[in-house]
Ligand binder design. Structure first.
Ligand SMILES: [Zn+2]
Length: 174
């Protein structure tokens, strides 16, 4: 069974989603306020292939964020992949694909975004911007403006909330 909530009055409604085809749109009427609303039955996750994972298809890790230990969390390393890495406090159903395990209340669940790209010469490039967040994103203690898109490199120090992170790129490894 699946539980959904009326978008108007928040009444919870149970239904048996296995009765309907994936991708199908259903119309509900809230028993409480009679608001009509639609939901789409989610598509099942694609089944894992039985073949061995093709290594050439793996997304390369271009760098990592080293999150320094503090009162809210232990040290951890967050891998950075090509594309947008959304950094924020890990919560259930998080939208952050580079989430940090922390109880730091001043870190938003989507706090800043690091865009990683592999340049034609094989070196990764990282661009930092604020998500936007409530408490701001700091690069070397300077707060980013709303429209700032700054290139960051190995060793740069990023602070979000009470949390300090260091960028480590794959440039000089091995
Ligand atoms: Zn309702």
């Amino acid at each position: 069974m699946k539980r959904i909530r009326c978008p108007k009055c928040d009444e919870s409604i149970l239904f048996d989603e296995t009765q309907y085809e994936p991708g199908r749109v259903l119309v509900f009427e809230c028993p409480e306020c009679h608001k009509q609303f639609k939901i789409r039955i989610p598509q099942p996750k694609p089944a894992a292939t039985t073949e061995d994972e093709d290594d050439t298809e793996q997304t390369p890790v271009l760098g990592k964020l080293v999150v320094l230990e503090n009162a809210f969390h232990f040290k951890q390393e967050i891998p950075l992949y090509p594309g947008e890495n959304v950094v924020g406090r890990l919560v259930k159903g998080s939208n952050a694909n580079a989430a940090i395990k922390t109880v730091d209340p001043s870190m938003d669940t989507t706090h800043c975004i690091i865009t990683a790209k592999l340049l034609p010469n094989g070196t990764p490039r990282f661009t930092l911007r604020d998500a936007p967040s409530n408490t701001g994103t700091f690069l070397q203690n300077e707060i980013l403006g709303d429209r700032d898109r700054v290139i960051i490199s190995d060793g740069d120090i990023i602070t979000i909330g009470a949390t300090t992170m260091i960028l480590r790129t794959n440039d000089d490894e091995d």
